[in-house]
Design a protein around this ligand. Sequence first.
Ligand SMILES: Cc1cc2nc3c(=O)[nH]c(=O)nc-3n(C[C@H](O)[C@H](O)[C@H](O)COP(=O)(O)OP(=O)(O)OC[C@H]3O[C@@H](n4cnc5c(N)ncnc54)[C@H](O)[C@@H]3O)c2cc1C
Length: 452
Amino acid sequence: MYPKLLTVGGMVTSAAAFNFRGQRLDFNSISDPSTTCNFFKQSYPNMTLLPTDSGYLDENALSWNAGAWLGPACVLTPASAEQLSCAVKSLVKFQTPFAMRGGGQCHRRRREHQLDQLIWGEVYTFLNTTGTGKMVVGGRHAPVGIPGLLLGGGISFFSYDYGFASTNGNMQGVEVLFPSQLFTYVVLTQNCALANSTIIQATPSGTYSDLFWALQEGGNSFCLATKSMLRTFDSSAVGLANPLYGFGDDIKTNWLTSIFNYVQNGSSDGKAAIIPVRRSACIIAFKGEGESHGLNQRFHVISHTATLEAMNIVHDNFFDAVKKYDLGSLDGFFVGLAWNSITTKFIETSKAGIRCPRGVPEEPVFWIEESLTWGSAEDTPLIDDFLATTNANIMAQLEVIDATSAYIYFNDVDETQDVFAGYPAANVERMKTIRDIYDPGYGVYEFDAGRI
Ligand SMILES: Cc1cc2nc3c(=O)[nH]c(=O)nc-3n(C[C@H](O)[C@H](O)[C@H](O)COP(=O)(O)OP(=O)(O)OC[C@H]3O[C@@H](n4cnc5c(N)ncnc54)[C@H](O)[C@@H]3O)c2cc1C
């Protein structure tokens, strides 16, 4: 299972190279992205989907957010790290811009050719078939993609015990934190197709340990991850509930107070995890065949310190604004406000071992995920205005009570938010240095929500 490459347009140069079978590639006639794609089709027919191919439309419409169905000139589906490396090398030669997709944050449409999606549900299904009782620290929803989640940190139900999915993974750190030998498979590596298309392994303590450190939450600024090996741990039976509490002021007060109590005291029981959402978006989005498929989707993050006053500010201002903008009348609209409740233990555990780039203070914090869904692209400017105005108002009020928190969770960040502004400056500088080593031309790999 490898990530997909979607070409998005660009200029092309004259050049020559060889494909991974050693055949000479002739780039001289290339003049635009569609010509580049035709070239791929001739050279690598099994991994190239043109707009005229069956399967292209499904690939284009795979992403969770219909706003991301951009109609690439072609979709490349490499079946090995070597093919991927070769494709990247050719795209660099052509100077053809491309985007990488893991799971596309998508709900999964159950058609046969899509059964190899890079999603967490496949991991859990596989682990279940082994009958070993082993588990990994992975995504909380089956349709979420594997590479994107890991490159952004990864909040798991198990993070309250073991930290972010991408951190706390080295042998030494594991031995220090889990002397009971709970972890049984202790190699965590990333195979990378670097900009020079060399495939290497980045490990916590090997030659590429600097790259490994950055990959724990640096996004796609450095390389293309082709494989991640996760350690497993023994997991007893997991209980999962999806309770609904109803409506009204008393329920709101009790609900927010319970969440507050959890974030303050949850460290005492790392086996307990919650995703409190006012009006569910995620579950509905992925129910059955995916009720929200084809709709526009948007996340935005508000981080605040763990106080009830701050929780009320966010809750009340957000839903007052939803009413004021009359968003409920929009075609296909639904909304969720999820209090990702980050306990002290979660953060402490994530910093174990070689530590990680984000440098969040070790204290309870909320990373609130605003999730909006709407049907028509014509309503997007209204959503833009709602998000900008409402969040400016919320942030201003949080600042007055000194309840803001600099770090915003990478994987939920909006394209208008500067995620790296919340990292310690020294860590950003270190990531820049690492990027300059592994993507020296500065531009093969770019992260769309904030370039390091
Ligand atoms: C319904 C829903 C539930 C979610 N639940 C959780 C959750 O429980 N915990 C959590 O932490 N997050 C969660 N998320 C957020 C999720 O982690 C991010 O959206 C993540 O980016 C999804 O990964 P993906 O592979 O699907 O990403 P994609 O959309 O495919 O890609 C995201 C970014 O990663 C880059 N990328 C993808 N693959 C590679 C690769 N192989 N190498 C380099 N760069 C790559 C892409 O270019 C892009 O910039 C959720 C999102 C949704 C929509």
